[in-house]
Design a protein around this ligand. Structure first.
Ligand SMILES: *[C@@H]1O[C@H](CO)[C@@H](O)[C@H](O)[C@H]1NC(C)=O
Ligand SMILES: *[C@@H]1O[C@H](CO)[C@@H](O)[C@H](O)[C@H]1NC(C)=O
Ligand SMILES: *[C@@H]1O[C@H](CO)[C@@H](O)[C@H](O)[C@H]1NC(C)=O
Ligand SMILES: *[C@@H]1O[C@H](CO)[C@@H](O)[C@H](O)[C@H]1NC(C)=O
Length: 283
């Protein structure tokens, strides 16, 4: 390669990095400890991060940067054995509480040999209360599995091993705010949720089983930092196939829905009038 050509390549790389984030790699490069530094431990040359809950502290980490739209993939392996009372969260959140946008994957522990529940939730403009709960079709503590989000101006798809478990459409045309105004950071944490996590709080954490360890492995994200069209229009996850929820994805979602055990859209006691986004999002 000539020197001139090499210089052009360098310039192009710098422009791409400045307008977006593309990461696949080492935890210390992209994330920082947010909770319980003694209980956040790096392995495999910083390609694996383990967060530990024990009787001294909970723990967690968060991305150094914020993102507005992108594709995000994270491999996780959950607490083995009796994880009752523990909550392992992998989530995206903006920083102002009163208008917070947030997308959650929360794994609710259970007693040994019984399945985990994956609770998802979405906040827009400061309010949540949109929980959905699924069992998984595998044991999430036995091996790493891939939890992903594709978030563009049209829709958000939350998926497990590539199978969509939840869709949030941009419903601004019917007056529902959409997560498109505030950048979010990526967070993970493990903590004692005994008051609600397992069988509604009936089963508490058993500290004799501590430490509780959740492992985060290979990850990648390809994202924009500010949501501007100058960044999003170049990204694969913003192309037409990712703007709608296609027939294959619908049948995959139906598969995942066999494992759904709770949906705020069907909770008449809590929401006597079904929230209007439900008809759009429950495809
Ligand atoms: C915390 O756990 C350790 C190890 O299991 C135990 O030795 C210690 O006594 C516990 N401390 C408290 C305050 O429970
Ligand atoms: C967000 O909520 C605030 C009230 O808390 C309201 O004033 C504002 O218009 C809302 N924004 C959107 C985009 O709906
Ligand atoms: C996560 O899953 C997606 C969809 O199956 C796949 O394309 C991607 O390579 C996986 N990413 C990682 C980091 O494992
Ligand atoms: C735990 O397992 C039991 C038995 O399989 C089940 O009834 C319960 O809903 C599970 N999940 C939680 C979070 O308690």
């Amino acid at each position: 390669m000539s020197r001139g050509r090499a210089a052009v390549v360098v310039v192009v790389v710098i422009v791409v990095i400045a307008s977006s984030g593309v990461a696949e790699g080492r935890y210390s490069g992209d994330f920082e400890v947010t909770w319980g530094p003694d209980n956040v431990k790096s392995f495999n040359n910083d390609h694996v991060l383990k967060i530990v809950l024990d009787n001294v502290t909970a723990s967690g980490f968060g991305s150094k940067k914020s993102y507005l739209f992108g594709s995000f993939q994270m491999n996780m392996k959950l607490v083995r054995g009796n994880s009752a009372g523990t909550v392992t969260a992998y989530y995206f959140a903006s920083d102002k509480d009163d208008i917070r946008d947030e997308l959650d994957f929360e794994f609710l522990g259970n007693v040994s040999g019984q399945p985990y529940i994956l609770q998802t939730n979405v906040f827009w403009n400061g309010t949540g209360g949109r929980e959905q709960r699924n069992y998984l079709w595998f044991d999430p503590a036995a091996a790493y599995h891939n939890y992903s989000v594709i978030w563009n101006p049209y829709q958000i798809i939350m998926a497990v091993d590539g199978i969509p478990i939840r869709v949030v459409k941009n419903n601004e045309d019917i007056g529902i705010p959409y997560l498109r105004l505030q950048p979010m950071k990526i967070y993970a944490s493990i903590w004692d949720g005994s008051i609600w996590a397992t069988q509604g709080g009936a089963i508490k954490i058993n500290w004799a089983k501590s430490p509780f360890v959740a492992s985060f492995g290979k990850y990648s994200f390809d994202a924009c930092k500010n949501g501007k069209a100058s960044c999003t229009r170049k990204r694969w996850w913003n192309n037409p196939p990712y703007q709608t929820f296609n027939v294959d994805q619908q049948s995959q979602l139906q598969y995942a829905n066999q494992y759904k055990v709770y949906d705020y859209c069907e909770d008449k006691e809590r929401y006597p009038d079904t929230p209007i986004e439900c008809a759009r999002n429950n495809i």
